[in-house]
Design a protein around this ligand. Structure first.
Ligand SMILES: NC(=O)c1ccc[n+]([C@@H]2O[C@H](COP(=O)([O-])OP(=O)(O)OC[C@H]3O[C@@H](n4cnc5c(N)ncnc54)[C@H](O)[C@@H]3O)[C@@H](O)[C@H]2O)c1
Length: 313
């Protein structure tokens, strides 16, 4: 019998083709809310999962499931140990998106330092002279602080090495690679002009950037969060931007996605918001889709996955 794979309808065609070319049938769903999957994808043998929460009760709703292939590298939306204990692999796509997220991080730095979005919006509103009273700042000579020196953090440092910045990083588990000076956490928070978050969500990092950390940061500092919302106390960051404890923010990830229209972020000053797009290039989406699909194919053909983040009991 043909095995079935649940995929979001918006998965890159490259990923869908990879699965059908390998003989699998697709169950395409408009979204990946648990209720939708429980209704429409109950007989799936595998799933390519985006960022929606995938609760443990799905083990009963999708009893044939053998692999949850995350499209991306974060797996905080699925309890990998629980599913491993129930015989389901959880995999990620670790070689697909670091370079793209690093590029987007640099784009955010340039946007804020050159004041691009604000200048564009004011010019479009006919206010040519606005820019004269709203200057940006040079990146050269400033300190870039990278929290979390893994695949993405290292790629940010490598790409930033051409910018004449002093690049520092904090990661209790990482070794240096010559592109950033590894420093302690307090030094990073106190001295960086731009702090960018690329650590994993763990009990230690959850809400680890809060009131105390914003008070440590420079009042001219920028905080960029392309990691996960859970890393930051959202209310504390909004207050820090409002009270001038930091000067700028750039936020791509939110506790609830899509961000509800009445969320306080929309009325917070001095922050640029994007809808979880750090890896949203055509090339990167194709790489993540085919890598995730390749893990599904491996598992459903009885092989071990390449990029599992759990073990089976
Ligand atoms: N916005 C997006 O679209 C997007 C895209 C891709 C990845 N991400 C997120 O980016 C993050 C990083 O991804 P990655 O591929 O570089 O992961 P990674 O596992 O390679 O790196 C994470 C790093 O965090 C470090 N870390 C763990 N605990 C820490 C702590 N207490 N303090 C500082 N560092 C700590 C680890 O040692 C590791 O080096 C993930 O949380 C992922 O979900 C977001």
């Amino acid at each position: 019998m043909t095995q079935k794979v649940a995929v979001p309808a918006y998965l890159s065609q490259a990923g869908k083709d990879y699965l059908t070319d390998h003989g699998f049938e697709l169950i395409e769903t408009a979204d990946q809310k648990a209720a939708t999957l429980a209704k429409e994808a109950t007989d799936a043998d595998g799933i390519v999962l985006m960022t929606d929460p995938f609760p443990n009760e799905m083990i009963e709703k999708m009893p044939n499931l053998k692999v949850i292939a995350r499209h991306g590298v974060g797996y905080d939306n699925v309890d990998q140990d629980f599913f491993g204990d129930h015989g389901v692999w959880v995999t990620i796509t670790p070689t697909a998106n670091a370079a793209t997220v690093a590029e987007t991080t640099l784009a955010a730095m340039f946007n804020i330092s050159a004041n691009l979005t604000a200048d564009i919006n004011h010019m479009k509103a006919g206010e040519w002279g606005w820019a004269g009273n709203h200057k940006g700042f040079d990146l050269a000579g400033k300190t870039l602080g990278i929290m979390g020196y893994g695949r993405i953090g290292r790629m940010v440092a490598a790409k930033a090495s051409a910018l004449d910045m002093h690049v520092i990083a904090y990661d209790p588990f990482a070794k240096g690679d010559g592109n950033a000076e590894l420093v302690d956490r307090d030094t990073l928070l106190k001295t960086a002009d731009i702090v960018t978050l690329h650590m994993l969500v763990t009990p230690e990092t959850t809400h680890s950037i809060g009131e105390k950390e914003f008070k440590m940061m420079k009042p001219t500092a920028t905080l960029i969060n392309f990691g996960r919302a859970a890393l930051v106390d959202q209310q504390a960051m909004q207050a820090a931007l409002r009270n001038g404890e930091i000067a700028h923010g750039f936020v791509d990830v939110f506790d609830e996605e899509p961000l509800p229209k009445d969320d306080p972020w929309f009325s917070t000053p001095n922050v640029l918001l994007t809808p979880h797009i750090a890896s949203n290039t055509t090339e990167c989406m194709n790489r993540m889709a085919t890598d995730a699909a390749s893990e599904v194919v491996r598992v459903l053909n009885g092989e071990k996955p390449k990029w599992n983040v759990n073990q089976l009991k």
